[in-house]
Ligand binder design. Structure first.
Ligand code: GAL
Length: 807
């Protein structure tokens, strides 16, 4: 024991000493996002070094050009693609490299380019990478110039063939770009693999496999594991490794009393790998990882570190509302915080490789991720989708996703396909089976986490499930088939997960009564909706959903009933651009979210909160502005209480209790202006009270910032909620006032929204109409420290203003 302590102290000392001696890091990973030029349209000459791009627009990445375009009913992307056009665009960047970089390996890493990108360095092409979501690297070294000579990177991005997606894809270099410089012998791209085969509270075995590239030197590979405080806890050196083109080495560590990664305490370790050749550190590479064990049990569901956890997950697409698909870490973090706030602990990256930042955040915040790769295989869903490139690219894309993502402790499941059409044999074609076998073999060669396919065919004829290859059985929808006897009768004793569920349709703040009569829209998935609301709204009670889906309430009841269900991923956490089922143009974004596109929760958010958090929840809805005498259904979601009593203008409307498997309570009442109040009680003691008053005419604007202080780094955001209220401060539920914004100081307006699925106003503007009382302005730092003042004006309302500090 004493010896262990001493050896750790020595390790710690040596580690710190080495760090201080190396002023020049062996590996540099530079943010390569700044100072690009952009042109929308094809100019094939732009690939040449000598091309003059002086007249092009100057911008910083990440960039999504489609979000900047007007909504267009004739766009070939269709409303499914958000009615925003694709097209073909070129990006260029001219840069120099110091002479001291000569001899280094220099790579460019693209986190994601939508789509069909072709990258040229000084006129040399690396070929086309079709997949718009995959991360990729090119080795620039042989083509580079140093000193005063200029280098030119040109990137052609071709999203012109449409439709190629069932949702809004965005267009352009919409994720980050990095320039990576290493010494002559270095850790390969995504070249480490951390695996923790044995984990207990007492100790964990950690295997770290490192793939090193070099030119034949004898090198030492030292890996040091640091705890979250940055203190080394273990180290290993592999001496004299002969590093030819590619060499792999595995080091095994034992960590005593490991801090386990969990949803509540997502503890992260780091492995720092140093390559030392001829006494010189040629590379230093950091891998973040977590130590946890888990199990999918056929009868009892999912266990994390020995504790049963029901995965309450959501599916999300990758757009960030009014910011489009241009990745912004804070916008993503806000989405995840909103999800956490309602008790969500799982994220499905529907239906494609996510931005790396999403997984970093899930690691840090404690989410269980189902990392998905494809929405289609060889059989297409839209004319120009990835099916056209599938045979040539799927193995490489899947492998690259696994290599990139497999060290993330938040990833627990690999989904190799969503609603793959090869589930159904077509004219005797059973190729889906062979594709699945190949993909499973790829996953197994790289990692031991279970695979799944998200199946919407639950009958015994499902070709993919028939193979029995995936470790998990996954169903989309069909909650009547979730009971264990039904699943196991068809597929044997395999753990089961609901890969997708619900698909309810809701417009925030809109209510169709009676609340207990269902609108199942569209009548069939391939038919337009008939007899729906002419204003293209869907009711935010639990009474509007698709025929393949169900209400949240119905799904949750089944979900909660069966222990054997490991978890589920609700379609969707957030509304997203595109797929405005059940409506045609001008509807252009989805109705599926628990939260609207602007990030404002719909009522059902609080149902989840009441079930899956410990907060005291009492959510009363709808608003209290109706016609005198109108019959109104008042609903409440609540927890931590035995009963709820409703009062209208002080008169009790009765006490209600959830009985049996009920998850809400309701009163059918006659409207009269004034005040409606709900009081929840436990053992006679008041737990929570909610009051809603009839609002008068719009009088004022209220601005509320999610964060009053942001980093002055050019990227950080403050989300400003704009409320239209009456003279007493009550939200005016139908307010649609147009709000005009003026911004002064160290920021700019990055986007505006109001959550209305049919609004054709631009997301990139300095004005927005309120929708059901609310709208949103997203303020971004311009990189300089200082105050940012946002003012909001609207005819007939008093001016409001808010100050944000960029620091
Ligand atoms: C599912 C599909 C999703 C989305 C959803 C809408 O079948 O997997 O991508 O289209 O339906 O309800």
């Amino acid at each position: 024991m004493q010896f262990r302590k001493i050896s750790l102290l020595v390790t710690c000392f040596l580690y710190c000493l080495c760090n201080s001696l190396h002023a020049q890091p062996a590996r540099v990973r530079e943010d390569f996002d700044k100072n690009w030029t952009f042109h929308l349209g094809d100019l094939p000459q732009a690939k040449s070094t000598g091309f003059d791009d002086a007249s092009w627009r100057k911008l910083n990445l990440p960039h999504d050009w489609s979000i900047e375009l007007p909504f267009d009913s004739t766009s070939a992307t269709g409303t499914g693609g958000g009615a925003l056009r694709g097209g073909l665009g070129w990006y260029r960047k001219t840069f120099t490299l110091p002479a001291s970089d000569k001899g280094k390996n220099i790579f460019i890493d693209f986190d994601g380019v939508y789509c069909n990108s072709e990258v040229f360095i000084n006129g040399h092409s690396f070929g086309v990478r079709p997949n718009g979501y995959i991360s990729f690297r090119y080795d620039l070294t042989p083509y580079l110039k140093y000193g005063n000579e200029k280098n030119v990177i040109a990137v052609k991005v071709d999203n012109s063939k449409q439709p190629n997606s069932r949702w809004y894809s965005g267009s352009g270099i919409y994720r980050h770009v990095w320039l990576v410089k290493t010494g002559s012998t270095f850790v390969d791209n995504w070249g480490t693999y951390v695996n923790t085969p044995v984990v207990s509270a007492a100790s964990a075995k950690v295997n770290i496999t490192t793939t090193v590239c070099g030119t034949g030197d004898l090198c030492d590979v030292t890996t040091t594991i640091l705890n979250a405080a940055g203190t080394p806890v273990a180290t290993q050196t592999q001496k004299n490794l002969h590093v030819g083109a590619l060499q792999t080495t595995m080091q095994t560590f034992t960590i005593r009393s490991p801090a386990l990664w969990s949803i509540e305490n997502p503890y992260l370790y780091k492995a720092v790998t140093k390559i030392i050749c001829k006494g010189k550190t040629t590379d230093e590479y950091t891998t973040v990882f977590g130590i946890r064990n888990y199990q999918f049990d056929v009868d009892k569901g999912f266990f994390l570190n020995g504790k049963r956890v029901k995965i309450v997950g959501v599916c999300n697409h990758h757009d960030l509302g009014c910011l489009g698909t241009a990745i912004n870490t804070r916008a993503l973090e806000r989405q995840l915080q909103i999800m956490k706030g309602m008790g969500v602990n799982g994220i499905r990256t529907s239906h494609n490789p996510p931005a790396p930042e999403l997984l970093d955040l899930c690691d840090k915040m404690g989410f269980i991720v189902m990392d998905e790769v494809f929405d289609m295989w060889k059989r297409s869903k839209t004319q120009y989708d990835y099916s056209n490139d599938f045979d040539e690219w799927y193995q490489k894309d899947l492998k690259d996703q696994l290599l990139r993502d497999r060290n993330h402790p938040s990833v627990f499941i690999w989904s190799v396909g969503n609603e793959i059409l090869e589930q159904w044999p077509k004219e005797g074609d059973t190729s889906g089976r062979a594709y699945l076998r190949t993909m499973q073999a790829i996953v197994r060669s790289l990692d031991d986490r279970p695979t799944v396919t998200a199946n919407n065919e639950v009958s015994a004829s499902n070709q993919l499930l028939q193979t029995g290859i995936n470790e998990l059985v996954g169903y989309n929808y069909h909650h009547e088939h979730w009971p264990p006897d039904s699943v196991q009768k068809k597929w044997g004793r395999k753990p089961f997960i609901v890969t997708e569920s619900v698909s309810a349709l809701q417009t925030r703040g809109h209510y169709d009564m009676p609340s207990d009569s269902a609108r199942i829209w569209p009548q069939r998935w391939d038919l337009p909706v008939a007899n729906a609301n002419p204003d293209l709204t869907c009711s935010a009670y639990e009474n509007c959903f698709t025929p393949w889906g169900s209400s949240h309430l119905a799904t949750l009841k089944t979900f909660l009933k069966h222990e054997s269900i490991s978890g589920m991923f609700v379609w969707t956490g957030f509304d997203y651009i595109g797929e405005p089922t059940p409506y045609p143009w001008p509807a252009r974004s989805s109705y599926f979210g628990i939260v609207d596109l602007a990030g404002f929760p719909k009522d059902v958010y609080y149902l989840y909160q009441s079930l899956f958090t410990t907060k005291n929840v009492l959510h009363l809805f709808p608003h209290w502005n109706w016609q005198p005498g109108q019959t109104i259904d008042m609903w409440a979601y609540y927890n931590n209480a035995d009963e709820v009593e409703l009062f209208i203008n002080g008169r009790s409307q009765g006490v209600k209790r959830k009985t049996g498997d009920e998850l809400h309570v309701m009163w059918r009442v006659q409207y009269e202006a004034g005040r409606v109040e709900a009081v929840s009680r436990k053992a006679g003691k008041v737990v929570a009270t909610r009051v809603i008053k009839t609002a008068g005419a719009p009088a004022r604007i209220v601005l509320e910032a999610d964060r009053p202080v942001i980093q002055a780094n050019g990227r950080d955001l403050s989300f400003i909620t704009v409320k239209v209220v009456d003279k007493d401060g009550n939200l005016v539920p139908a307010a649609a006032n147009k709000i005009q914004f003026t911004l002064n100081g160290a920021g700019f307006i990055a986007g505006v929204d109001n959550g209305d699925q049919t609004s054709l106003e631009s997301f990139k503007a300095s004005e927005r109409k309120a929708f059901n009382g609310l709208c949103l302005a997203v303020i971004q730092s311009n990189g300089k420290p200082g105050n940012i003042k946002l003012q909001a004006r609207s005819a007939g309302l008093s001016v409001a203003s808010i100050d944000i500090l960029g620091k």
